[in-house]
Write a protein that binds this ligand. Structure first.
Ligand code: SAH
Length: 214
């Protein structure tokens, strides 16, 4: 797989953009993005751009996936909560770097397609459900890491509550006219510390479920 020149090019771009952890680069190298994009965009699978998937959503740009994963500082024993499964591309990369990923998506059809991809890749440490990610996954909390791939205005309180002591959350926040910023939130004994990472553009984190899913 690593011999593919498109993948080698992408890994070089990821390095230039500040992805430092070699394990993150390897996980991206081992995850065939063409499996996650619609067939009509197959020729752009390895380009560093977001692409449309069904339900009006997008598969994130590879450098953003790489940076978010890098800044999570994942360890092999950690339990991770992901909000916004989408295509499942980010989920698959997380799954290679931690113990288990719990992932929530509000569109059932997207989730079913993502689950089929996880099976195809033999990724057996992913648990998924259809739901509103604002609520998190209380039955499995606390999580050492939380990643949100759709933008709210403020971090949902339930997600902050489900973040373990010393845990890290990476989340895009929508600041209205100023656009979105990717923020890293660390939970310390004193409270929550915020660190600005970079400007980004994600689809909004939407309240509730689509009408046909309820
Ligand atoms: N990481 C994904 C990004 C998908 S886009 C990928 O690379 O493919 C963000 C996803 O968040 C969309 O699929 C959207 O349906 C989902 N989403 C938006 N609001 C949500 C919510 N409240 N709960 C769960 N998922 C949500």
């Amino acid at each position: 797989m690593g011999a593919d020149p498109h993948i080698a090019q992408l890994v070089m771009t990821l390095r230039q953009q500040g992805v430092r952890d070699g394990r993150v680069l390897e996980a991206i190298e081992r995850t065939p993005r063409d499996l996650f994009v619609p067939e009509s965009f197959a020729d752009q699978s390895w380009a560093d751009r977001a692409l449309p998937i069904s339900c009006g959503q997008t598969i994130s740009q590879p450098t953003i996936v790489g940076l978010m994963t890098d800044r999570l500082e994942l360890g092999p024993r950690q339990k991770v909560l992901e909000i916004g499964t989408g295509s499942g591309y980010q989920t698959a990369i997380l799954a290679r770097l931690c113990r288990r990923v719990y992932t929530i998506e509000r569109y059932r059809s997207l989730l079913e397609q993502a689950e089929a991809r996880f099976r195809h890749l033999g990724l057996s440490n992913i648990t998924s459900m259809v739901g509103d990610g604002h609520k998190g996954w209380p039955a499995q909390a606390p999580f050492e890491r939380i990643i949100v791939t759709a933008a709210p205005k403020e971090p949902p309180p339930a997600l902050l509550a489900q973040l373990a002591q010393g845990g890290i959350m990476v989340i895009p926040l929508d600041a209205g006219r100023e656009g979105q910023e990717l923020v890293r939130i660390t939970r310390t004994a004193q409270g929550f510390e915020r660190q600005h990472l970079l400007h980004v553009r994600f689809v909004p984190l939407v309240e509730g479920l689509p009408r046909d899913e309820t």
